[in-house]
Design a protein around this ligand. Sequence first.
Ligand code: MN
Length: 432
Amino acid sequence: MPALNATHDSNLKSWIATANAEGCSFPIQNLPFGVFSTADRSAPRIGVAIGDRILDLAVIEEAGLVRPRDGSPVFASSSLNSFMGLGPAIWSRTRARLSALLATGNAELRDSEVLRSKALISQSTAVLHLPIDVRGYTDFYASKEHATNVGRMFRDPDNALLPNWLHIPIAYNGRASTVVVSGTPVRRPLGQIKLPGTDAPVLASSRKLDFELEIGAIVGTASPMGRPLTMSNAEAAIFGYVLLNDWSARDIQQWEYVPLGPFQSKAFATSISPWVVTAEALQPFRVAGPKQVPEPLPYLRQSQPNNYDIQLEVTLEPEHHDARATTICRTNFKDMYWSSAQQLAHHALCGCAMQVGDLLGSGTISGADPASYGSMLELSWNGSRPIHLAGGGERCFLEDGDEIAISGWSQGDGFRIGFGEVRSRVLPAHPV
Ligand code: MN
């Protein structure tokens, strides 16, 4: 695990004043990577968020201020994959260099007016793109509270947690093709639905459209087919994390999920936030997860804390012109039973090749308190307890025009490592 170093110093300040403002999501300690374009230059390229700006890494690489590799440039790219493929030592060296370049007292970029005006872009004028070329998407099920709640509602309240759950980081293979960036609207899916009291399913649009609050881990180091990963190699292979909304259609899910798990109920969309917060930026926020009983098999045992203290919130905002956003969930990533490193080690155990750009969803992040449940299914207890909205009205599941926004941050001593948000609006279904 990367050590704490000068880039984590809580006293570090930037010559970009907005990065030092209280509550800023993107202080110099964060430096998340993303892909963006601008009106005057439509080619997507890589940048880091700093204060209310984006530092255009393609520009400063061309100017020779940062050089992740010899030879061809790596930041004039529409995804982070090539940069991630350079490996953890280069990720860390690049972060150290960017931190130095942006720190108070460093004049290299600060005092070069022409370069500075080219390299620093206002976030408000940039378009943020999907930051990675998603090669595979696997969604896990790592919150014991969530798995227990779903088991109680869908199966047997007395045996809610299936016996394998405490031994295996359970997952299904999702669809990389429908992973989209924050801001992309999501269309209500069509599917087979079996209505209560009937014998046969109908073709209909989902009436139980839901979000799932998750964190996505991004694999930055490939592993070959046929070779398992150790826990420490798995931990080192994770480049960073994003906020993730694993859209779900509960009525489609309930009819289809036995025996092979979710399929159409999850395949229509998965939304992620545009800024990838690096594992290195999150080092100060590592915490131990819950004690695992029974002890997992040796290949899943952790010798270090692999969970992260990340505060999370979800808001729901209807479309009406006078609508207000309601915070419907507040929770934390730190209580997840299985860590992302354990999930990745389990994923590769059978010899599954992992690729640069693989995305691992954590599973819905639900805590013990009902206000910390990370889905409408749990918040409304499958439609039996409506959620009251701030502007009047109520919801059991999502309606057309509703907007779901997930935000997250780790609170440091005088600074905050923000994830920004993943925000998406529900569009009406395609006609049947
Ligand atoms: Mn999920």
